[in-house]
Design a protein around this ligand. Structure first.
Ligand code: 2AL
Length: 243
């Protein structure tokens, strides 16, 4: 069996469960999913400050996963926090859920819209579109204006807001697909795709399949150049465990 480590960068166990279940639902027979989250950090990631904090937890989990011999890693937050730093630390492939969902969307539609949580996180998605080269593929970005953890409150309100936003987006944006902009939405993609008749793509499941593909092709993170292992230094204080 090969093990893929799926990291929820926030510290919410409920969301880690949601993410792990979605990953397991699509994992290949020979793939085991190890769903983890940082032991300390931020309960939800809703801005630049949260992302900076979460990135340290991501790096700690990458180190642990590597020591446990996982074949690859998924960063299961739509900001892909710590992605390039994680790639320096990792031997296996590291795929963020935003880049995974965006790549998949471009393979099934010429333009996609993004539906995410709080309006203030829209700029993070915009930055990623630029960084990954998908600006011209994105028709529109929308936020349901609910906090990330509203997806885990059991009321179903956030899920219904996502559904309504997807319907409106398909009607108005001229997009052929929708990208769900939060790890906590991972369990909505398949039912929304069926109901709306349009590809609604979740990054957790997309990233799991992309890591499986990279591993099957023998493609580990390149250690030639800027993603080589970090320069060895004496990390101090709370960062000692990253040595
Ligand atoms: N745009 C987002 O909702 N990003 C996220 N914050 C989290 O805590 N998990 C996400 O996927």
């Amino acid at each position: 069996k090969q093990v893929i480590q799926v990291i929820n960068p926030n510290t919410s166990l409920a969301m880690t469960e949601t993410i792990g279940a979605a990953a397991r639902a699509v994992a290949a027979g020979n793939t085991e999913i190890l769903a983890v989250c940082p032991t300390q950090g931020v309960p939800s990631i809703e801005g630049h400050f949260d992302e900076a904090i979460a990135a340290i937890g991501v790096l700690e989990q990458i180190k642990i996963g590597r020591e446990q011999g996982v074949c690859g890693h998924v960063i299961a937050c739509f900001g892909d926090p710590g992605l390039l730093a994680a790639r320096e630390m990792a031997q296996g492939p590291v795929v963020g859920i935003a880049e995974a969902a965006m790549h998949m969307a471009t393979l099934v539609a010429t333009r996609f819209s993004i539906v995410t949580t709080l309006p203030r996180t829209l700029i993070i998605a915009r930055h990623l579109l630029q960084q990954y080269g998908f600006e011209h593929h994105c028709a529109a970005l929308h936020a349901i204006d609910l906090p990330v953890l509203a997806l885990e409150d059991g009321s179903g309100l956030a899920q219904e807001k996502v559904r309504q936003r997807c319907i409106q987006s398909i009607r108005e944006d001229g997009c052929g697909a929708i990208v769900l902009g939060c790890g906590g939405m991972a369990d909505l993609a398949q039912s929304l795709t069926r109901e709306l008749g349009v590809p609604v793509i979740d990054g957790v499941t997309a990233a799991v399949k992309m890591v499986e593909s990279l591993v099957a092709l023998g493609l580990n993170t390149s250690k030639h150049g800027d993603l080589d292992y970090p320069i060895r230094k004496n990390l101090s204080g709370q960062f000692e465990r990253l040595n």
